[in-house]
Design a binder for this molecule. Structure first.
Ligand code: 5GP
Ligand code: MN
Length: 339
């Protein structure tokens, strides 16, 4: 349940605004795109001028989402995006807890004089970065939280199949199709509510999980067979993919989504690290189960963060060095001795 005065304030701000801007984190995933587009659709129904500005390109595996063509990519249309940010009166940050998660869009976002709202489910929100913060780590996804807020504000008459589809997509992608972060009854109540808006659940699952490109499937096979290394004494596994290897499979953004989860399917492996070369740096995804805090590890070693069991970061080291940094840090999370 959200604090009633925060709901009243948010509802009032939406009602009073003409131009609303919604910004998700960089490398947006299903939850970031889902919450951005769903809120876009609902506020547009309320008669608002609404823009979604992405810090960078969205992955094409989500290109079927209703409203996919709407967002403006900061890296491609900076001038246009800057003008929109300058004239907005309400700015909503979704699915991230600190401004640095929007990378090059950070300055424009933070210099904007509009009333700022953060809607997010990551731990440790930067409380200085917004005027109003909805932060709840118990929810499955930002989409679940955003739908809760929309409901509490009394905006559900504006929800249509399109917005419900977007909310559902974020909830499903952030929970691995309800396999993790989904043990609260409220999550299933949200699913039940969304089903009432006529969403085509089977089609969404088909598009999300059974519409791989041939190259992605071959890259997955290569990764599992050649690149996954087990470290049973650390209950861990690592995966590396270089730019050359990615090029062998005509890699497209989003192709490696979910790869980091595969090692956790092996008995005795509770920690997984995925390391991929990108734009001269190494992009890192970490996953764990139980109390092994990969967000702390990422914060300390990879300038990143995230959830207890799902985190990400970046490194300027080589692939091999970044893997060494990771393996050297694992004992501290096995014993819970970070900080
Ligand atoms: P993924 O591995 O899917 O990219 O990200 C897993 C989780 O870690 C997500 O909740 C995401 O928001 C967070 N995350 C990913 N990359 C970063 C990063 O560079 N910095 C921070 N603070 N969080 C990240
Ligand atoms: Mn999320």
């Amino acid at each position: 349940m959200q604090n009633q005065s925060n709901i009243s304030l948010f509802s009032q701000k939406v009602t009073d605004s003409q131009h609303i801007v919604i910004i998700p984190h960089q490398n947006p995933d299903g939850d970031a795109m889902g919450s951005s587009l769903a809120l876009h659709h609902i506020f547009a129904q309320l008669g608002k001028q609404v823009s979604v500005i992405l810090p960078n390109e969205a992955p094409s595996y989500l290109s079927w989402m209703p409203g996919w063509e709407i967002p403006i990519d900061w890296t491609k249309n900076q001038q246009q995006a800057q003008k929109i940010v300058d004239k907005c009166d309400l700015l909503i940050m979704v699915d991230f807890n600190t401004p640095k998660r929007v990378k090059d869009l950070e300055t424009a976002m933070m210099q904007c004089n509009a009333f700022k709202v953060m809607i997010d489910h990551h731990p440790f929100p930067d409380v200085e970065s917004a005027n109003l913060i909805f932060s709840d780590t118990s929810v499955s996804s930002t989409c679940e939280l955003a739908f809760q807020i929309i409901t509490a504000c009394g905006f559900t008459p504006m929800v249509r199949t399109e917005s419900a589809t977007c909310f559902y997509t974020g909830l499903i992608t952030d929970t691995g199709a309800l396999s993790h972060n989904s043990s609260r009854p409220e999550t299933y109540q949200t699913v039940a509510e969304l089903m009432r808006y006529g969403i085509d659940k089977d089609r969404i699952h088909q598009l999300l999980f059974h519409s791989n490109s041939y190259n992605r499937m071959r890259l997955l096979g290569y990764m599992l067979c050649e690149k996954m290394k087990l470290l049973p004494h650390l209950r861990a596994a690592t995966i590396t993919l270089s730019e050359t290897e990615l090029a062998m499979f005509d890699h497209q953004p989003g192709d490696t989504e979910g790869f980091v989860n595969y090692p956790l399917g092996i008995e005795g492996i509770d920690i997984s690290g995925f390391f991929m070369e990108k734009d001269g740096k190494v992009k890192i995804s970490l996953r764990s189960r139980g109390n092994y805090a990969v967000n702390k590890l990422s914060e300390q070693h990879f300038n990143g963060g995230g959830h207890l069991n799902a985190a990400g970061g970046e490194s300027s080291q080589s692939l091999a060095e970044a893997v060494n940094t990771f393996t050297a840090a694992i004992p501290s999370i096995l014993t819970g001795q970070q900080d």
